[in-house]
Design a binder for this molecule. Structure first.
Ligand SMILES: Cc1ncc(COP(=O)(O)O)c(C=O)c1O
Ligand SMILES: [Zn+2]
Length: 470
């Protein structure tokens, strides 16, 4: 049996791990601790690489209560093409999109739902901005438990769809995750439901540790580990895992931990840059990386001290940088990830440019979740692709002619209808040339010059149509 106890991160007081407590009387957060000397001797990892292979370094769950959908054991991909472009020989992606609900949060959900079952709870509550909610909903279904999820106003559609299909009860609570978490704390005080919010439940950290164990057992000990950073628990849990590996004498050097935040919501980045110990809540929800938008990160200080102790850094990245990185990772590596995950790649590129990461270093980017969960990004990409695709079939001139045949229009409107696939200036040039050749005529209406298709223009379009059907 794994001997564990809960220790407060503020006053140091220890408590028995069961029944579950999430906060100490002093207001500090509790965390699982182990007798490492004993564990180092006794830890015995059995079975294929998966979350439950590491049961010995997590709080105990009875076999009969274990709720699993096949989480963990995700591929560690050696990036050859992107790595080569960046001049890095040893770039690795831990592909957490391959979990049962397509994010690394399945690790947490498996352990937490198993614990709730073991402790005889029938209802769980979880505040989440998406991935944890999707995971909790799926694992609760598997276990036959009721799942209540509190979500902020903006949630990625794919994640919402997952929560709904698994039949969780959804309630909107606040603008941003921080407010949903506050509500979840209050509800648990009133109802005594099981608190499954990842930011509060210390089992989330124990489950997150397995990422470090897997990476190590898959043969890589990185110099740098780059992680998307919201509330900070994920980064901290991986650091804890590597520290345990060092404690057991299995690795010699610890990796440098790097956190990536969105420019829209960068409280940990700000504290890091200012050299501050305290994290001041800042930010808003205006970013495509909803998964990492946390104004007041609960495990932020833990994450910050891990980053500082390891010699790592925090970077903030913009939406367009994330979107471009998302495309590059897909195009060069065949991996489709959500914007928050792609942020790790932007961050890597920045650190290479700054000379912080060296081309001889071993780097691991944690790809936390699938791009299919965030269809908003798909729409942006699809729009551009559609305009480009049409342009391949018809030349730009015939495309413009077709649009004006459908409705008389002016330059700026044509350009907008083309979804800005070419420059406005190019549209004006095409219009002028079509008019010169007699395919269009024009008339001024107020400030605007409206174009109309001529009989010659209609004949030209018909000829193109006939050619297409030859
Ligand atoms: C896809 C994704 N990446 C990264 C994170 C950040 O984790 P944390 O809030 O623990 O820092 C989350 C949080 O849920 C997430 O969903
Ligand atoms: Zn305390």
């Amino acid at each position: 049996m794994t001997e564990t106890y809960l220790k407060c991160d503020q006053c140091g007081e220890t408590q028995s791990p069961f029944p579950p407590q999430f906060t100490c009387n002093c207001g500090g957060l509790l965390e699982y601790e182990y007798d490492y000397e004993k564990l180092g001797v006794e830890a015995n990892f059995v079975g294929a690489i998966s979350l439950w292979r590491y049961a010995d370094v997590m709080p105990k769950v009875g076999r009969e209560n274990l709720v699993t959908l096949g989480e963990g054991g995700t591929p560690l991909q050696h990036s050859k093409r992107l790595g080569q472009k960046l001049g890095l020989k040893r770039l690795y992606f831990k592909d957490e999109t391959r979990n049962p609900t397509n994010s690394y949060r399945d690790r947490c959900a498996s352990l937490i739902v198993s614990n709730a079952l073991e402790l005889d709870y029938s209802t769980l509550i979880c505040a989440s901005n998406g991935n944890m909610g999707a995971s909790m909903a799926a694992y609760s279904s598997k276990a036959g438990l009721n799942c209540q999820i509190l979500v902020p106003k903006k949630v990625d559609e794919g994640k919402l769809a997952q929560m709904m299909i698994y039949d969780a009860i959804l309630t909107e609570a606040g603008e941003i995750l921080d407010e949903s978490i506050e509500r979840a704390i209050k509800i648990v005080e009133e109802t005594h439901w099981y608190q499954a919010t990842a930011e509060l439940n210390p089992l989330a950290i124990e489950a997150g540790k397995t990422l470090a164990y897997e990476i190590f057992e898959q043969g890589v000990v990185p110099d740098w580990v780059i992680v998307p950073l919201g509330s900070g628990g994920t980064l901290y849990s991986i650091w804890k895992g590597f520290k345990e590996l060092k404690e057991f004498g299995w690795i010699e050097d610890l990796p440098k931990m790097v956190g990536t935040q969105s420019e829209a919501c960068p409280p940990v980045f700000k504290a890091f840059v200012e050299g501050s110990e305290t994290i001041t809540p800042i930010g808003d929800s205006n970013s495509i990386a909803l998964a990492i938008l946390v104004m007041n990160p609960i495990r932020g200080r833990k994450a910050l001290s891990s980053i500082r102790d390891s010699g790592g850094r925090v970077e903030a990245v913009s939406d367009s940088e994330m979107l471009n990185a998302e495309k590059r990772v897909a195009k060069l590596e065949g991996l489709f990830v959500e914007p928050a995950s792609a942020a790790t790649v932007t961050c890597l590129e920045k650190l290479l440019d700054m000379g912080v990461i060296d081309d001889g270093d071993t780097v691991l980017c944690l790809l936390t979740s699938s791009g299919l969960k965030v269809p908003g990004v798909l729409q942006v990409l699809a729009k551009k692709r559609k305009a480009k695709g049409v342009a391949l079939n018809l030349s730009m001139k015939s495309q413009i002619l077709r649009m004006i045949e459908f409705k008389s229009s002016y330059g700026y409107e044509v350009w907008k209808d083309l979804e800005e696939a070419v420059t406005l200036q190019a549209v004006y040039q095409h219009l002028a040339s079509l008019e010169r050749k007699g395919f269009l005529s024009s008339a001024k209406k107020g400030e605007k010059k409206f174009f109309k298709i001529t009989t010659k223009g209609k004949r030209a379009l018909k000829a193109i149509e006939d050619l297409k059907h030859l």
